[in-house]
Design a protein. Sequence first.
Length: 186
Amino acid sequence: MDTFEDKKGTGALRPMREADLELVRAWRNAPEVASKMYTRHHISASEHKAWWVRTRDSEEQQYFLYEKDDVPLGVVSVTQIDKVNANCFWAFYASPSAPRGTGSRMEFLALEHVFGRLGLHKLSCEVLAFNKPVIRLHRKFGFQEEGVFRAHHKMDDDYVDIVRLGLLAWEWAGKREEFATMFNKT
């Protein structure tokens, strides 16, 4: 798995390395990040290391660090890669100190990776329903809502909905130039 970067300054996705684990764990444990995840507990170093050992060599998962101007700013995951049906899931989170626009740049590069480099047909994601900014971001990139899993995920003493979104390769092809042009201006 090689580094994937946009030559016009959007940034780069590079494969996550063991040396990145403490930085990634610190971001993931930040309250503003953890509050929007399926699992919100504090992740210990040993738990994070065990996850990495299970994950790093999987052919069904890819984890990237997003960097802009050689500064690490976020994590992108591509999971449940199904080469037979040409689909997968993705997720991302930014460093709590990442500048505005980081999520859009990560999303653009993730879509370029999934539909360009991997050549997949469909990309899906799930978002906790209260995370409206991320749902809006995905829709901006062309994702369509495919369903709501009502009261599906327990958070503290309540249940929250999960919004499933999907994007097909031909839908991304129709929106790609708009985003490529936008990022070329910055």
